[in-house]
Design a binder for this molecule. Structure first.
Ligand SMILES: *[C@@H]1O[C@H](CO)[C@@H](O)[C@H](O)[C@H]1NC(C)=O
Ligand SMILES: *[C@@H]1O[C@H](CO)[C@@H](O)[C@H](O)[C@H]1NC(C)=O
Ligand SMILES: *[C@@H]1O[C@H](CO)[C@@H](O)[C@H](O)[C@H]1NC(C)=O
Ligand SMILES: *[C@@H]1O[C@H](CO)[C@@H](O)[C@H](O)[C@H]1NC(C)=O
Ligand SMILES: *[C@@H]1O[C@H](CO)[C@@H](O)[C@H](O)[C@H]1NC(C)=O
Ligand SMILES: *[C@@H]1O[C@H](CO)[C@@H](O)[C@H](O)[C@H]1NC(C)=O
Ligand SMILES: *[C@@H]1O[C@H](CO)[C@@H](O)[C@H](O)[C@H]1NC(C)=O
Length: 387
């Protein structure tokens, strides 16, 4: 029964989202043996070096590509004109993921934390981290929304502070500063007077919390009892469901952690996963077969209803209060600051949104969310961070 491990070919492809496929040479062995072998190599088991190491330190590079919408006419916007934006980037970061604090439990589950590190990859980027861009000042806009509930005197004081720190509605900084944080007197001030608004004290940046952080304590099934359960999340930070959304259905923690799924996918399968960064579970659905570098694959895409509002798609009511379809209001898990998630360029969103900004051109090829997987066994490089 022993099938030579060298027959287990490992390949990978880069396709917006990175995927890894386990292929098994079909010619010599019958389907039964292959299935047994795949199951053995898919269970999370420290006794199986190959699959355990694959799972623990996924041996392929992941890349996070970041684009900024540079606002070209900030002064005019303040006078009421439509914002005009220009896409800049990609600024590509190599992402190193490593699972640590691994504990196996007697009931065929395992807990771990996944730590991530990011490294700028100049050769893959269009531009460098010293590029300067102008974006809306999320601190000021966020504070303005939160201030509505504060006493008048405090509001007056905060407005005066914005002036003192020369912080306006737009921010012009380098990409590196916007990504990983910059020192700001305003941040120190806000931490003092609006405690809890900012996740940390000190620096403010879009990804300031990401480098050297972990995505929480995941407890997932090892698949030992039933291979269909492998990688499925049992709990996250001790929770079997979330509490930030309005309905039980929206609060459910479904599927895997978004990097691997059970083997033996069919066209009827879906790819459910829980994303701590998006604060919710999502599910991709089969779209079409394909081939990349000779490896057959299935493409799974985000359904149009993923970010639809509760009016357009009733099961999403729990994610509201909503705006137009295509926007996910995540303020309940961003310290109540007004943050929304969408596909890039408002792809699959209400077209009316495109009228509010000049310079957006959504296309499925460039802006759709998809995962290509080998139908038999898969490792995915992590879904794109949508923020
Ligand atoms: C996780 O592992 C790191 C390093 O191995 C250790 O410093 C930390 O205390 C561990 N955390 C928990 C919650 O076990
Ligand atoms: C498995 O055991 C862990 C640790 O004792 C526990 O937290 C978890 O709830 C159990 N899960 C299931 C599905 O029984
Ligand atoms: C992330 O942290 C590591 C150190 O752990 C550092 O080498 C690396 O430059 C940091 N990445 C960014 C983008 O700041
Ligand atoms: C970034 O690019 C600019 C112009 O293209 C160049 O002058 C600068 O030296 C570069 N900075 C780094 C750190 O490579
Ligand atoms: C979780 O899965 C259940 C059952 O498949 C589904 O009804 C629910 O909508 C899913 N929740 C989310 C947030 O995807
Ligand atoms: C839901 O989305 C539709 C289409 O984008 C929009 O016409 C409608 O006003 C939205 N409903 C709410 C409550 O915002
Ligand atoms: C977003 O959701 C929060 C509650 O989580 C709500 O207070 C806020 O009004 C919503 N924002 C918009 C613009 O609908």
């Amino acid at each position: 029964m022993a099938v030579d491990k060298s027959r287990v070919a490992v390949g990978f492809m880069v396709a917006g989202v990175l995927t890894v496929a386990f292929g098994v040479v079909l010619t010599f062995v019958g389907p039964m043996i292959i299935d047994d072998q795949i199951v053995k190599n898919t269970v999370i088991d420290p006794q199986n070096d190959l699959s355990y190491t694959m799972w623990k330190d996924i041996p392929v590079p992941f890349f996070m590509s970041v684009y900024f919408f540079n606002v070209l006419n900030p002064k005019e916007v303040l006078k009421g004109e439509k914002p005009m934006v220009e896409q800049r980037g990609p600024y590509v970061y190599r992402k190193r993921c490593q699972k640590d604090n691994i504990t196996f439990h007697p009931n065929d589950t395992v807990s771990y934390r996944e730590y991530r590190k990011f490294f700028f990859e100049p050769s893959m980027s269009a531009g460098n981290e010293s590029d300067v861009v102008t974006i809306p000042n999320m601190l000021v806009l966020g504070a303005a929304v939160m201030m509505e509930k504060l006493p008048y005197a405090v509001r007056l004081m905060i407005s005066a502070t914005f002036k003192t720190f020369k912080e306006g509605p737009f921010l012009t900084k380098t990409v590196g500063e916007l990504m990983w944080g910059y020192d700001s007197g305003l941040v120190d001030f806000l931490n003092k007077y609006l405690p809890g608004m900012l996740p940390s004290s000190g620096k403010f940046g879009l990804f300031a919390e990401f480098n050297n952080s972990n995505t929480g304590l995941f407890t997932i099934f090892t698949g030992k009892d039933d291979i269909k359960n492998v990688h499925r999340v049992d709990s996250w930070n001790g929770l079997t469901e979330l509490s930030n959304w309005g309905t039980r259905q929206c609060n459910m923690i479904n599927g895997t952690a978004g990097q691997m799924w059970p083997p033996f996918m069919t066209k009827e399968s879906t790819l459910p996963f829980y994303s701590p960064d998006a604060c919710r579970s999502m599910e991709l659905v089969y779209q079409r077969p394909g081939v990349m570098k000779g490896i057959p694959l299935y493409r799974y895409v985000a359904p149009k209803t993923l970010f639809a509002n509760g009016t357009d798609y009733a099961p999403n009511e729990g994610f509201c209060p909503c705006r137009q379809s295509g926007l996910l209001n995540v303020s309940s898990c961003r310290h109540n600051s007004p943050v929304f998630i969408s596909h890039p360029h408002f792809f699959n969103a209400d077209p009316v949104l495109l009228d509010y900004v000049q310079g957006l051109h959504p296309t499925e090829e460039e802006h759709g969310l998809f995962i290509d997987i080998h139908p038999v066994q898969v490792v995915n490089g992590g879904f794109p961070t949508l923020t």
